[in-house]
Design a protein around this ligand. Structure first.
Ligand code: TXA
Ligand code: MG
Length: 321
């Protein structure tokens, strides 16, 4: 591995990482959802490298990460009242808002769309990095999940290094920040219409959004021109074939709530007691199945709404490959 791995992120080290970003390097950083592969959102060459490292299609937009609501006005030309309520209630946190872009949000970040995705993450290392970056003149850090396009998102720095470490150079950095608390990506909400519309579900749930906005949500008709991987049929998929709600056979991996027993010969990859734990361990369990070179992974889908729904959304995309 040639990329530099920072195990204990002190403010001094985070300041160095912010300078690296400003110099056009890539910095992998922890967030409460999953690890991000960050670059200066205004540096075209750095953003080009993100696409190259991920093998991601060029027209696929990136989320811009900022440190506070005060930065919103830079990136957008209009913010509906309901979006402001969401921002005030759920940021910093696992939510991304899609808003009408300002000139600062250029085509190489938005994938030629007239909108920009913005998020304030709550992980202390991410927040400190963003603050330091802004204090030296940066506007925002564009960061997709730090995995290859289509594969599952990484929830630890070690998973990032294993997967894309060889594609990073010796001036890039990986900031270690422990296992991601939530484990699945942020909820993406399109805020360009009269009502909010969920493009990708997550731990900021439909009910929470409705309660704060005081309105119902706009339905996802699938007719929108918006490109979000949340809307792709297959995504977040391991190499193993994913099978939903079936009995695991000899040699199959199994991801299921703790009360579901492991059939003889099946390999238990995750035994969560709660939906929260299910989400937190979900991607690392899928990765473990691939590391064990399993050909099939059975997922017993959790029931219920909210986070359970977000897990089912990911599982179904993983199975659609
Ligand atoms: O939790 C997360 O959101 C993580 C962490 C690192 O913040 N990031 C993440 O980024 O999941 P990524 O690039 O893997 O997924 C972001 C999704 C993509 O599907 C992208 O298409 C969508 O957000 N997106 C970004 N900007 C958009 C825009 N302007 N309009 C519609 N979708 C957008
Ligand atoms: Mg992703």
């Amino acid at each position: 591995m040639i990329v530099k791995f920072i195990e204990h992120c002190t403010p001094k080290e985070i300041a160095t990482a912010a300078i690296s970003l400003k110099n056009g390097q890539l910095v992998v950083f922890p967030t409460e959802t999953v690890y991000g592969l960050g670059a200066d959102a205004n540096n075209e060459e750095a953003i080009r490298r993100i696409y190259e490292v991920k093998g991601r299609p060029k027209n696929h937009p990136l989320i811009v990460h900022i440190s506070s609501i005060n930065q919103l006005a830079k990136w957008t030309i209009s913010i509906p009242a309901y979006a402001m309520k969401l921002a005030e209630k759920f940021w910093p946190g696992p939510m991304t808002l899609i808003l009408n872009r300002s000139k600062l949000a250029v085509n190489f970040v938005t994938g030629d769309q007239e909108t920009v995705g913005l998020r304030i993450p709550s992980h202390p290392i991410a927040l400190e990095l963003l603050k330091q970056f802004e204090s030296i003149g940066g506007n925002g850090v564009a960061a997709p999940s730090a995995n290859k396009f289509g594969y599952v998102s990484p929830t630890s720095a070690q998973d990032v290094v294993k997967e894309i470490g060889s594609k990073l150079d010796r001036f890039d950095l990986v900031l270690e920040g422990g296992k991601s608390l939530i484990g699945i990506e942020s909820t993406i909400i399109d805020c360009t219409g009269l009502r909010p519309r969920i493009l990708r579900s997550g731990s900021t749930t439909k009910k929470m959004i409705e309660l704060v906005c005081g309105t119902g949500l706009s339905k996802n008709t699938g007719r929108s021109k918006i490109r979000a991987s949340g809307l792709l049929k297959s995504h977040y998929a391991p190499k193993a074939k994913v099978i939903l709600d079936s009995i695991a056979k000899n040699g199959d991996g199994l991801i299921a709530l703790a009360h579901i027993p492991t059939p003889n010969g099946a390999i238990r990859l995750s035994t969560p007691n709660t939906i929260t734990d299910f989400a937190r361990n979900f991607y690392s369990a899928l990765r473990e199945g691939d590391e064990k070179k399993l050909s099939r992974i059975v997922i017993c889908l959790p029931e219920g709404d909210g986070l359970a729904e977000a897990i089912r959304e990911r599982a179904m995309k993983a199975a659609a490959k």
